[in-house]
Structure formats: C-alpha cells, structure tokens
Design a protein around this ligand. Structure first.
Ligand code: DGY
Length: 326
C-alpha cells in the first residue's frame, strides 16, 4: 500500500507527479487557520511530512503516531525538536548545499545595499527628490578592500568569504566553533575570537544556525564592541540577535547600518522600529528565494522523503541517532 504523505508546501508539477507515483499525497498549500486544521486532521494517518516554515512541536507530532520521516525544505532545522524526533525514531532531513550560493548572494546583496545606501537613495529618486547632484550627506562607504567578518564558517560562510576575497579584495576574519585551516588557506582568512572580530571587522555577517548556544549571541554587549562605521548583516536567524539591542545600537550610532533578512518574529511587524530607520535594509527572509534554488531545494526534499519512506537512509539526514535505532 502507498505511504501517506502530507505536504504543507506546494511543489512544482513534476515534483508533485513524482510524489503521486510513490505516495498518497495530501496537500495543504496555505498554513492559515483552516490549513492548520486540515493538517491536524491529516496527521493521524501520515507516514511522511514535507514542508517548511512551520514549527512542528510535540503537541502537533503526537497526532501522527505512524510518522517515519520529515523532509524539511530548508537548511535550518530550528523548527524541530531533535530530541523528540530521536525518541520517536523519526528521520529528519534538510536541504543543504543547493542553497549555499544563493544565500551567500543574498548576504552580499545586503552588504552592498547597506554600504552604498541603495534602498534609501533609490527611494529618494522614486520620490522625486533628486533635484541636484548628491553630496556627502548621501555618500555611502566602500565595500572593496574593507574587512569582512564572518560569524559561523559553515558552507554559507565559506561562500561569503569566497565572494569577499576573490570578488572584492576584502581581508577575511571569521569566528566559528573551531579554526578551519582549509578556509584560511583558500581565502587568506584569519580566525578571531568573537570580541576581536566584532572590534576589527567593517562588515559583521552572521551565518550561524539557531541553536540553544547561539540564541541571543549578539546583544548590547556585542554591539558596543563594534565601531560606528561598521555594518551588521544577518542572513541566519533573527533569534541569534537581541533585536531590541540592535535597534538601540542603530539609534545610538554605535553601528552605521544593518542589512537584515531574518527577524526575531517573522513576518516582521509592520510597526517595527527597524522600519523607521533609513540605515536598515530589511528583506522578507529571501536567503534562498530564487526560482532555481527553491526548485532544487524542493527536489532535494522529495528525494530525501522518498528514500526515508523506502527504508533507505536519506542523503541529508539530520538526526543520525534516529537512523541508528532502525
Ligand atoms: C533555510 O533554508 O533555512 C532558509 O533560511 C529558509 O528557511
């Protein structure tokens, strides 16, 4: 008998067709109140789940006694309780690699947009306020040759370092769990303690996953170490940063600008003080959001899910402990 799969994200027609060949599919394409109700109704018979951007906590997953696998269409796995999944031997997979370059592009877009004040100045033109040559009040700062500080030297951190080093001639500093000799060699990068990096980098870019250790890692104390001309970029998770402290640092001129793709709460509240600040470039969590990359992520998630439901180890298994128990 075909396995029951619940999708809480719509897939392209070819991927839907592939899933339909192998599984009985229930699609919930909107996670509004009605969608969540349908999800709760579908969970009791589900063997597999595929989707993104939904916290799947114990309260929900307890409704799914037959669940074998969850394929997350994301690299981040902060929406899942890994201990709970291990206890239940539910295989969790994610979609690394395919989104690395696109997410690093987003990071660099934010670096350029904040340093060169692109959004603020484009809005000035659009508002019909470009009446004479602009002067120093509207100048930005250079990106090329400035020091790029990367916190979290995983795949996306490396892809940022590559762009900074080869594309913009930037000295690279990084902070991560441990030193990475291969990265140091490729990009002439130097390891720094967190506080040294914050003091020395012109651009501080966060690419860390959200975990119990990284939650709230960057707060008032850390912003106080940064220089007034430095720029803060976050393409990881909003909760790694104390957003109130960030707003205060921007208001007080402790840092020059911030480029933010992620926020403590998403979608960002329309009345967030961040949106009152001209030196903030805020984007709606678009790290991997291109047609090509989102399709590649979805394909990867489908592969992972079908493998798990066929009793094979998914290529991108997150919780090896659940597999060992099989
Ligand atoms: C990811 O893949 O984790 C992106 O941030 C989308 O959630």
């Amino acid at each position: 008998m075909k396995k029951q799969v619940v999708l809480y994200k719509k897939l392209s027609a070819p991927l839907m067709a592939r899933l339909h060949e192998q599984a009985q599919v229930t699609l919930i394409d909107n996670l509004n109140a009605e969608g969540l109700k349908l999800l709760r109704e579908a969970l009791p018979s589900a063997h597999g789940l595929l989707g993104a951007s939904l916290k799947l906590d114990a309260e929900l997953l307890d409704l799914a006694p037959h669940l074998k696998a969850i394929a997350s269409v994301s690299v981040g796995v902060d929406n899942y309780d890994i201990d709970y999944l291990n206890r239940r031997q539910i295989l969790l997979s994610n979609t690394p690699d395919v989104l690395t370059e696109t997410t690093a592009d987003t990071g660099f877009a934010l670096i350029l947009a904040t340093a060169r004040r692109l959004v603020e100045l484009a809005n000035l033109v659009r508002a019909g306020q470009w009446s004479r040559n602009i002067g120093p009040a509207h100048f930005g700062s250079d990106v090329h040759g400035k020091t790029l500080g990367i916190i979290g030297m995983g795949r996306i951190g490396e892809a940022l370092a590559q762009r900074g080093h080869f594309g913009f001639g930037m000295p690279i500093l990084y902070h991560s769990h441990s030193a990475k000799p291969a990265v140091e060699q490729r990009f002439n990068a130097q390891y720094r303690s967190l506080s040294d990096l914050l003091q020395q980098a012109d651009f501080v870019c966060l690419t860390l996953p959200l975990t119990a250790e990284t939650e709230g890692l960057i707060g008032a104390e850390q912003f106080a170490l940064m220089r007034p001309e430095s720029i803060f970029i976050n393409i990881s998770r909003g909760k790694v940063v104390d957003e109130t402290a960030l707003i205060e640092a921007l208001r007080q001129g402790q840092i020059r600008a911030a480029g933010l793709d992620v926020f403590e709460r998403e979608p960002l509240a329309h009345d967030s003080p961040l949106l009152q600040l001209n030196n903030v470039v805020a984007t709606p969590h678009i790290g991997s959001a291109t047609h090509e990359t989102r399709e590649a992520m979805a394909r990867c998630a489908v592969d992972n899910l079908l493998a798990a439901l066929a009793g094979e180890r998914p290529a991108n298994l997150v919780n090896g402990q659940a597999w060992k128990a099989h």
